[in-house]
Design a protein around this ligand. Structure first.
Ligand code: GLN
Length: 447
């Protein structure tokens, strides 16, 4: 803990941590030392873990990187955090992110941007940018983020670490501040697969506090890391043909395909014509859900309340006008629009139907293949400000990550070399729902 606290201090300019639980972490370390000497320590004894600023931790602040939650302290802990602590992990601090998880560059944060440790002029990705950089820069061993449309996988790719988004409903969402509830998942950043798998087996599984969480038993992922057979892999033609894909990333992905074939695995190019509808479907449905979820922030129940109001109604309006950032407001307006009486069927209902098709056709692929592989992102980490004036260009960054989010399937990003600027490239692997064990084993094999 001492070593990490020192690293956090010397690399404070990265702005990954927004709060460090120094005294708490040191006290916990002492406690766990004691337990270790008595042979009573938990599975994660001594693992030092940071958590994204959307995960509640009892008696600590949580802001979702938003002014609207300024000063808000949680009265309970998120189930995932609770389970980490039960197994003697040490929670070392709270990590910066895009406001309410909305963004792909960590530029939408009330705490300011996080710097990519590889090149300080470039973004770390988002929305879990702080969680990614904390692991990249060695400020903690692993971290929790959340992934609604790529927020764990994309920053993992931009920083050269492992980022895992499990099946939707694999991990309880209790205590996770909602962005889009039918997409939100907690995810894990680590340097290697075995740490990631071990944390997953601790935090996944049934929880009476979240009625949507799956009751499917949780395997011992960390003990199933051996790939024992030849596998069948699909590569979607549309992902490699996309104009948005950088040449260097395409070449690196093709290299993986060639290597797999050489090693006796099957890799086939297949068509997935729905790919072009995945991003619009995602942004229609998530903004709709966000507009509903964020209605609870009204100056009454949580955090910030405007000092400028003169009556009840202006208190609501001004609190929200002053408390939410630009991107969050844009999404609340988009979401309210697609849910409005005259456009509901044209947008929201239509998008729900398309989501079903995307899910079915993705699952159909898993009748024939064990995995789908594709780049995690069309480009490597871009420079600050490059996309901030153009929301659509920013949304395009999520081109490859949203398919697994829309279909609820698990997906992981692992490092796959770097580009000519020395920026990390990510490879994404997707499997069928609840096949996390297979996903980890194949990823470990590839790394
Ligand atoms: N960049 C995507 C968005 O802004 C994904 C965010 C996320 O997964 N939380 O919605």
């Amino acid at each position: 803990v001492g070593k990490y606290l020192k690293e956090i201090e010397t690399k404070a300019n990265l702005n990954a941590f927004v709060e460090v639980y120094k005294d708490y972490a040191l006290a916990r370390a002492k406690e766990i030392d004691q337990k270790l000497s008595e042979g009573k320590a938990g599975k994660l004894a001594g693992m030092v873990i940071g958590i994204k600023d959307v995960l509640c931790f009892k008696d600590h602040q949580v802001n979702a990187s938003s002014k609207i939650l300024e000063g808000f302290q949680s009265q309970f802990s998120c189930t995932a955090v609770e389970r980490l602590i039960q197994e003697d992990a040490i929670i070392i601090g709270r990590l910066n992110c895009d406001e309410f998880g909305m963004g792909s560059s960590n530029e939408n944060s009330v705490h300011g941007p996080v710097l990519n440790a590889r090149d300080h002029e470039r973004v770390p990705g988002g929305s879990s940018g702080g969680s990614a950089v904390a692991v990249q820069a060695g400020l903690c061993m692993a971290s929790l983020g959340t992934d609604t449309g790529g927020s764990v996988r994309q920053p993992a790719a931009f920083t050269g670490v492992v980022g895992m988004k499990p099946t939707y409903s694999r991990i309880s969402r209790w205590g996770l501040i909602a962005y889009a509830s039918s997409f939100d998942t907690i995810g894990i950043f680590s340097r290697n697969i075995s740490d990631n798998a071990l944390i997953m087996e601790v935090i996944a599984g049934e929880d009476e506090k979240d009625s949507t969480v799956s009751q499917t038993p949780v395997p011992k992922y960390s003990q199933e890391l051996n790939l024992t057979r030849k596998v069948k892999v699909a590569c979607l033609r549309e992902t490699l043909d996309s104009e948005a894909l950088s040449e260097e990333i395409r070449a690196k992905t093709e290299e993986v395909i060639q290597n797999l074939k050489r090693e006796g695995h099957t890799v086939e190019l297949t068509d997935f014509p729905l790919l072009k509808y995945v991003l619009p479907t995602y942004y229609i449905l998530t903004t709709a859900e966000a507009s509903a979820n964020l209605s609870r922030f009204d100056g009454v129940k949580y955090g910030y309340r405007t000092p400028n109001a003169h009556n009840f109604e202006s208190m609501y309006k001004l609190t929200r006008a002053e408390g939410f950032g630009e991107e969050v407001k844009r999404r609340i307006m988009l979401g309210t629009f697609v849910l409005s009486a005259s456009y509901h069927d044209a947008y929201f209902t239509k998008a729900q139907k398309v989501r079903r098709l995307i899910k079915e056709q993705t699952e159909e692929l898993f009748g024939k293949y064990d995995y789908i592989i594709m780049p995690t992102t069309p480009t490597t980490a871009f420079k600050f400000g490059e996309h901030s004036g153009d929301p659509v260009a920013m949304y395009l960054e999520d081109l490859y990550t949203v398919q697994a989010s829309v279909s609820g399937t698990p997906a992981i990003s692992i490092p796959n070399g770097e580009d000519s600027n020395g920026m990390p490239i990510g490879l994404q692997i997707i499997s069928n729902s609840f096949k996390e064990a297979e996903l980890y084993a194949f990823s470990d094999y590839l790394m």
